[in-house]
Write a protein that binds this ligand. Structure first.
Ligand code: G2I
Length: 455
């Protein structure tokens, strides 16, 4: 306790000295310095976020601090597979919807965590293997990323798929045993399900140049070379009492591959070096143009998953800790390289171009995202010169292919000619406007132009 306080005093004293040296007038803070983490990060085009849970949104003092300080949130647990699909093909979006509504009402962005992970799988998925698990994974990504399509800034598509230790290889898991391509299938599926979300690979013990981060680096380099859609790497950064001297260098080498880097789950063990390390991590991110945001893994110390470590920026009463001041000061000092403004991902499926039909009725077009043995189809339904109140699309899937699931449409049939009709929320399409639905299938081949009938 005494130690912490004396460090706080030193930081405060040196901050005052810096200010006194730079300014003739006696002011407590520079007039233009932002006073919250989110606002300070936003000055260089970055976000500063926190993990939270729907049941904490109205709990004090958590709510006040969350809403005041952060401009991004992530679900600590409530968007994980066990939570969103507790029984196969039965989805629960309630908590995630609440978090997103809370964020949107306050202009915060939302990170999605996480679509697929070996841990926190529902029991039914833990008991699957092979093709059944692969298809369940694809369906899960389609349904979850599809449900929140357009509302997620960045998805942790795959979490913690690499092993710890010196090998730099993949972690053994039921997902890994479906075949080494499961990660790229997950990313391709996610891209089709939500083309506007940035797609991240997220992991821990990657807080410097080491065997594990190098394994991930090699995967990202390979994905970029082969056009597998990946936009960002999440470095979790659950840290102890010292920072790896290659922390910034590691961020930079990922950025140099052409992906964004996000610090996704930052928390740092309380101790004499906590505030200093928080400052170091913040400065390292700010120094790399493509390090676009930082998320702390919780708001108040007592809510942290690291019981007793007090690894966050606020104590249980919502008071700012010295670590908070270190982060805010680092953010306000700015980075020399503000990241480029967020551009839509460019490696997604080709845009679907369908001229609206000249008369009434509707038209449909399809684009495929295929891998060896399967594909995800995105079908766009466009109304003609009059609004429509319902639609039916008929298309022919390749010979040998079987449709295994659909979203945003009702389906009849799964081989040969398959019919899809609107669900209750997407039947009405204004003149010249479009709606989309999708399906996944095993097999490969192309699909001739579908027909569309308006009702
Ligand atoms: O383990 C820390 C993080 C590492 N990276 C991925 C993150 O998703 C992970 O978050 C933690 C949550 O902070 C914990 O809250 O993931 C844990 C699960 O692996 C979460 O803990 C679990 C408890 O173990 C369960 O007993 C509990 O039912 O949270 C569950 C929901 O409260």
């Amino acid at each position: 306790m005494r130690k912490t306080r004396s460090i706080h005093l030193i930081v405060a004293a040196s901050a005052t000295m810096v200010m006194a040296a730079g300014m003739a007038a006696i002011v407590s803070t520079p007039a233009n310095a932002a006073t919250t983490l989110g606002a300070a990060a936003a000055e260089s085009g970055r976000y500063f976020g926190a993990a939270t849970n729907s049941f904490m949104l109205n709990r004090q003092p958590h709510a006040t601090v969350l809403n005041r300080e952060f401009n991004s949130i992530v679900a600590e647990n409530e968007m994980k597979w066990y939570h969103t699909e507790p029984n196969q093909n039965q989805f629960n979006f309630t908590a995630g919807d609440q978090l997103i509504a809370h964020a949107r009402a306050r202009g915060m962005t939302v990170r999605g965590h996480t679509l697929v992970w070996h841990a926190q799988q529902p029991a039914w998925a833990q008991n699957l293997s092979g093709t059944a698990l692969r298809n369940a994974m694809i369906n899960h990504i389609n349904r979850v990323a599809g449900h929140w399509r357009g509302q997620i800034h960045s998805w942790d598509v795959v979490n913690e798929a690499f092993a710890d230790g010196s090998g730099g290889g993949r972690r053994d898991s039921n997902l890994q045993r479906t075949g080494n391509d499961w990660i790229e299938v997950a990313f391709r599926t996610a891209r089709a399900a939500d083309p506007s979300a940035k797609l991240c690979y997220n992991d821990y013990n990657t807080d410097g140049v080491n065997a594990k981060s190098t394994g991930i680096y090699n995967m990202v380099r390979d994905f970029k070379a082969r056009g597998v859609p990946i936009d960002c790497v999440g470095l979790q950064s659950h840290l102890g009492t010292t920072l790896d001297p290659t922390y910034q260098q590691n961020i930079q080498r990922f950025a140099d591959l052409g992906v964004d880097v996000q610090i996704t789950e930052l928390d740092i063990m309380q101790g004499s070096n906590q505030a200093n390390m928080y400052g170091q991590v913040t400065r390292a991110c700010l120094a790399v143009a493509r390090c676009t945001g930082i998320t702390v893994w919780g708001v108040l110390d007592p809510d942290s998953w690291r019981t007793g470590a007090n690894p966050l920026l606020f104590d249980g009463n919502g008071n700012k800790k010295p670590a908070y001041d270190a982060v805010l000061n680092a953010l306000n000092a700015g980075g020399n390289n503000p990241p480029p403004t967020t551009a839509p991902p460019t490696t997604g499926p080709p845009p679907i171009t369908t001229p609206p039909p000249s008369g009434g009725g509707c038209s449909a077009s399809v684009s495929l995202n295929s891998w060896n043995g399967g594909f995800v189809a995105t079908v766009r339904v466009t109304a003609g010169s009059s609004a429509i109140n319902g639609w039916r699309v008929r298309l022919t899937v390749p010979s040998g292919a079987t449709v295994t699931g659909a979203w945003n449409a009702n389906r009849s049939g799964n081989t040969g000619a398959v019919d899809f009709t609107n669900v209750d929320y997407n039947g009405r399409v204004a003149a010249g406007q479009s709606t989309e639905f999708g399906f996944q299938a095993t097999g490969n081949g192309s699909i001739p132009a579908p027909s569309c009938t308006a009702s």
